[in-house]
Design a protein around this ligand. Structure first.
Ligand SMILES: [Zn+2]
Ligand SMILES: [Zn+2]
Length: 176
């Protein structure tokens, strides 16, 4: 979805609808992205544009521990400034930086809502992409998904042959 700057009048422009998310802009293991339902208002402010709105939807991510798909739901507000062309006066740049607002440059003739919304979703992704905080992940030995039950490796854990058994006997001395 493209919104041309020329179409944005003094009183602003409202739009709501579905925008396809660009998976390339989201730094995560993604199974599928789907659409984001967005509601936005765009206003011209001096030499830039303010984009205010919400994006809601669901992305299918892949759990970094167990590699199963899980659904990540989002419903995020955003409020950012978009500069149509690089600002010439350095004073104004400083003024913008001191504000606690997002702003970015746009050199084209239009705003690409797919890019804007995909970026906002990417910013809100949790640092740990796990299906649940309790996810047990995969056994590092046999690869079984431990959420579905223990594997045979676990039964042998106390075994002296186990490569990590030696770690249990190591004492860590605290330096004072
Ligand atoms: Zn998991
Ligand atoms: Zn195992």
């Amino acid at each position: 979805m493209r919104i041309f700057f020329d179409a944005i009048k003094e009183e602003g422009l409202r739009w709501d609808g579905d925008v396809e998310i660009n998976p390339a802009m989201i730094d995560a293991e993604i199974a599928s992205t789907g659409d984001a339902h967005i509601k936005i208002e765009i206003f011209p402010v001096k030499s830039y544009f303010r984009i205010k709105g919400t994006a809601a939807g669901e992305i299918q991510l892949i759990c970094t521990r167990c590699l199963e798909e899980f659904s990540y739901k989002y419903d995020i507000p955003f409020d950012l400034y978009l500069v149509k062309e690089p600002l010439s006066g350095s004073e104004e740049e400083i003024e913008l930086k001191s504000d606690d607002l997002d702003f970015s440059f746009n050199h084209g003739e239009y705003i690409d809502l797919q890019d804007v919304v995909s970026e906002q979703i990417a910013l809100t992704l949790p640092l740990k992409q796990v299906c649940s905080n309790e996810c047990k992940g995969l056994c590092s030995n046999c690869g079984k998904n431990l959420n579905t039950g223990d594997c045979d490796c676990k039964k042998n854990e106390g075994d002296e042959e186990h490569p990590f058994a030696v770690l249990k006997s190591i004492k860590i001395e605290k330096k004072l």
